[in-house]
Design a protein around this ligand. Structure first.
Ligand code: IVH
Length: 695
């Protein structure tokens, strides 16, 4: 029987199910024809009637709503802000190299980590892929059906842009053939060069802002609130990496790429398996040759270890995998004139001279400002206002002034010197011997430092408060509404006042207050990062959070650590990745009474989530010491394995140690473990404990 003819009210459950399946496929096809191909197959009225029928059935049978229901397809209303979504497996970035020697160092690190013989080292197979200059996204499939697509975000949590991604023809809504129940697939969304130019031409014709480069245009197109706009932008996707998978799908990256193709993805056709590191450089040259003729922008070549079991052993260090590297093309350069030098004051008081330039096109991006770093750099390069300068930009790096070009018979300006007083607050500046940076001594009396700290505090990778950016922080600071972090959470008390401000209104004020309310709970690493302690970036924040677990423990330990030589101070110094200088900054931060007051104030409004030990970490919270020489894995690999399982690895045995792993010829640490009655295992025992196959 043809269910299409049955009125909604008369459908039974089985018929409703058949009908919902039919409508899902049909509406998807019509949507595609309308939005992507600009070739509608039915009238708008007919289309609307189909959607209405689907909605009515869903309303009668809510348990039958499908993952791929048309309600989630294009045309459906999307919230005006994107929902956040946590990745099942984190989305990493890549470390860069710029030449053959740096690439060889990368391979050497792998060889050392895995303890490979010279023969094994030369035979290491890689997969090389062009590095697409777009934005990475994660696609989740449940039982082969596309259920969610997210941006990379901070690597842990991204924005849900499913509705927009559904408009991409390169994203299959259903995978062909067998799939794991749950899998995340990663790839790069990008715009072709021609498509980019066409979009900019269209934007210009409409009097709208144009995009600086294809990547910005792709990002702007994907973050549209209206999927209809995204559908009009010819975004493409290359799939290239694996996220979480409920079951293994391949044993090598190369076969994984083949699997991706079989499922229906587009894999970059230039991807190549290399039989050894000797093939890396020739491949790089080949791609560099072809670069200009490619229909899309690339900024280098990505090399990945092919063997997935090696990838797993290598794991990652910080935010990047040890098993992959991006070999970038040399930076793009241009020549322009230096118009003036402005001195900016950063969040930590550092004074940075910034060059204002005659705008110039550098590899497709218009550059009007570049960093001059510091006084020493300016002197070394003898850069003066009015000079003709060579500038360079490499990927995401802020453009830099490289050198001055000689001009005959031209009178030059006097040499530039840093101001003796802070341009923002007038306090005197200081330069610590041995450091290149000049700093304002004004601390929190310096408005520039306060404002920069606040901007950092609300930024995307910190508190991530939508609608509160550089502009509004400056505005609220000038209006004396926000002078300290706690003030941000008191803004709701000023809602009506904000609504009355120029450029605001009740709706935008409400939105801002909502965004603030939503951020009253924050993860521990984000909170640490938001504090803006010098040398504590996202990476160190994560290390600290993982080590201390909760804010109260951390704070208590940091207060104890003020005593030089204390156990707490030693503990902080022993966290892998936290150097002495960083440890000093952290302790210094807590020693400052002003910071203590700020924290107390903030904690009245903010809940900090404890950092639970890594999932599946069977050694979670355990403190382990390795001693003696291991024969089946190198020390770095052993340490990385333990950390992956949630353990902390320290160098010295103390009462806090839970386990000592004894390699061959273990000496004093073994004795100390015995004295203190601490558990010990040999290497075989350790492998068993870590769930590794016995060697
Ligand atoms: S692999 C751990 N492969 O480059 C795996 N990334 O600089 C990380 N990218 O965030 C990604 N082309 O957005 C990979 N063939 C490729 C890539 C690629 C471009 C981007 C990606 C990543 C960034 C890191």
């Amino acid at each position: 029987m043809d269910t299409a003819q049955i009125p909604v009210a008369q459908l039974d459950a089985a018929q409703a199910e058949t009908e919902l399946a039919r409508l899902s496929v049909l509406i998807a096809r019509l949507n595609h024809a309308y939005h992507t191909q600009d070739a509608p197959e039915v009238s708008d009225a007919e289309f609307d009637a189909l959607r209405k029928r689907n909605e009515d059935i869903e309303q009668r049978f809510p348990t039958l709503i499908r993952m791929d229901s048309p309600r989630f397809q294009v045309g459906a209303a999307v919230d005006n802000t994107f929902k956040k979504h946590r990745h099942l497996a984190p989305m990493l970035s890549l470390d860069n190299v710029f030449d053959q020697a740096e690439f060889e160092d990368f391979v050497k690190r792998i060889v050392r980590f895995l303890g490979l013989s010279p023969e094994q080292a030369t035979a290491l197979a890689f997969v090389a892929e062009p590095k697409i200059d777009g934005l990475s996204i994660s696609l989740t499939y449940e039982n082969g059906r596309f259920v969610r697509g997210t941006t990379r975000g901070d690597g842990t949590e991204g924005e849900d842009v499913t509705a927009n991604l559904k408009t991409l023809k390169d994203i299959p809504l259903r995978l062909k053939g067998n799939t794991p129940d749950l899998i995340e697939i990663r790839g790069e969304v990008f715009l072709g060069k021609k498509e980019f130019l066409a979009i900019n031409a269209a934007q210009e014709a409409l009097g709208e802002r144009t995009f600086a480069n294809p990547r910005n245009a792709a990002a702007g197109s994907l973050r549209q609130l209206d999927p209809k706009i995204t559908a009009k932008r010819p975004l493409a996707l290359f799939a290239y990496a694996m996220g979480f998978s409920s079951k293994p799908v391949a044993t090598s990256h190369w076969s994984y790429l083949e699997q991706l193709r079989a499922w229906g993805f587009t894999v970059n056709p230039l991807s190549t398996r290399l039989e050894g590191m000797a093939e890396a450089e020739p491949f790089f040259e080949k791609i560099a040759q072809e670069r200009a003729a490619l229909p899309y922008d690339i900024d280098g070549v990505v090399y990945k270890i092919d063997d997935l079991s090696l990838q797993e052993r290598l794991g990652f260090a910080g935010r990047a995998p040890r098993w992959a590297i991006a070999w970038k093309f040399p930076a793009e350069q241009a020549v322009t004139r230096l118009l003036s030098i402005e001195v900016q004051v950063g969040r930590t008081g550092a004074l940075t001279p910034v060059a204002h330039l005659e705008p110039v096109n550098v590899g497709g991006v218009i550059v009007a400002r570049a960093t001059l770093h510091n006084q020493d750099e300016i002197e070394r390069k003898d850069i003066r206002i009015g000079d003709l300068v060579q500038i360079q930009r490499a990927g995401d790096v802020i453009p830099q002034v490289m050198a001055v070009l000689p001009e005959e018979g031209r009178e030059r300006h006097a040499a530039f010197t840093m101001p003796t007083h802070c341009p923002a607050c007038g306090a005197s500046v200081e330069r610590i011997p041995g450091e290149a940076v000049t700093r304002c001594t004004g601390g929190l009396t310096c408005p520039a430092q306060v404002v920069e700290r606040l901007i950092h505090f609300v930024s995307r990778t910190a508190f991530d408060i939508d609608g509160l950016g550089e502009k509004s922080i400056n505005e609220f600071h000038d209006a004396e509404l926000v002078k300290a972090p706690g003030d941000i959470f008191r803004l709701p008390e000023h809602e009506s006042e904000i609504a009355k401000r120029e450029g605001w209104g009740t709706t935008s004020a409400r939105k801002l207050i909502n965004a603030i309310e939503q951020r009253r709970t924050i993860s521990f690493p984000r909170f640490i990062f938001a504090l803006g302690i010098r040398r504590v970036g996202e990476n160190n924040a994560r290390l600290l959070a993982r080590h201390y677990g909760s804010f109260s423990v951390w704070r208590e330990r940091m207060e104890a650590a003020r005593i030089v030589g204390s156990e707490a101070r030693q503990e902080l110094g022993e966290i892998t990745g936290i150097g002495t200088a960083t440890a000093d900054e952290i302790v210094g931060f807590f020693a400052e009474p002003h910071n203590q007051t700020t924290l107390d104030d903030l904690l009245r409004y903010v809940t900090i989530e404890d950092e639970v030990a890594q999932s599946g970490g069977k050694l979670s919270g355990k403190v382990i010491v390795f001693t003696g020489s291991l024969t089946t894995m190198t020390r770095p690999e052993a340490k990385a394995t333990a950390e992956r399982l949630g353990a902390k690895v320290t160098d010295s045995v103390s009462k806090k140690t839970d386990l000592v792993v004894l390699g061959a010829e273990a000496g004093s640490k073994a004795r100390k473990a015995q004295e203190l009655g601490i558990d010990t295992v040999d290497e075989a025992g350790w492998r068993e404990l870590a769930g590794l196959p016995s060697a």
